[in-house]
Design a binder for this molecule. Sequence first.
Ligand code: GLY
Length: 338
Amino acid sequence: MMKRRKFIKNTAAGTLGATIAMTALACADEDTKAKNSTEEDKPMTKKVPKLPIAICTWQFTEANQVAGVALDAGKAALDAVIEGVSVEEQNLKNTTVGKGGAPDREGNVTLDACVMAPDGDCGAVLAVSNTSHVAALARKVMEETPHVMLAGTGAEEFATQLGFETENLLTTDSKKAWQEWLKSPEYKPIINIENHDTIGMLAIDTNGDIAGACSTSGLSYKMKGRIGDSPIIGSGLFLDNEIGGAVATGMGEEVVKTVGSFLIVELMRNGMSPQAACEEAIKRIVTKNDRYKDFQIAYIAMNKVGETGAYCIHEGFTMMKYQEKKNENVAVAYYHKP
Ligand code: GLY
């Protein structure tokens, strides 16, 4: 195991997560110093994650890479997550986020997003149909209005005033798929829709500050006006810069009922690891809802020192993690073993 002196040399001493953990270790060292004159040879008991780190839901490889590279370049966590999720907002092949997302039953693509900053400020937009850049728009709500949420035409007019490009979000492919669906329009949520869904992203930057963003087109062929968890602070996303953050993907209605992301952060505040907190949040859902076999929900979480966790109901969900210039797809454990 690594010795403390060598560990400090190998760690970016400026990173707050490492600093916090090292301070704790240093305090522990002070206690033991008097008892043990060969203190510097004592082995480390816990490896401190190296910052910065970006994580996101599903195998959104490029989005997470963009966020990670931004963090490595010294950008703030909030800038990194917005740059990251915008990759999927503009990915026409992605039918669950941004332009190219599946429309509602009436053929209108409407997007939801929210962001949260390290200082606890937040912004959200709901049912936006004229721009794909909804996470950036949510940030503008946070920074340039006295409000937290703007919905529908109000959010769209705000986007236009700010000069966001006006886009037709319904692509030829998503229109064709919707027209096909109309032939027998049964509403049935699909577990792991094409192995992706909402993009939720958390980043911790080189200063140790945490920010998050969440962006989605919501459930395919939803009722007009339906909103899920993704733009709801506390459900689709929550963070406390002193504790950590969490984001959700999957069946938004069930996430909202348990205020899942807020729950995970509070569980971490009370001492749980990100992994244990995600598992407990899924347990709250499956123990109260025996229909859980029909829908997917997944959470990912990261705490203040950069430890991460993830858990979901059904097999098939994975998480991206960028750290030390490596962007990896991480397997995620699941609750339901059929
Ligand atoms: N999690 C996305 C939604 O339910 O809208």
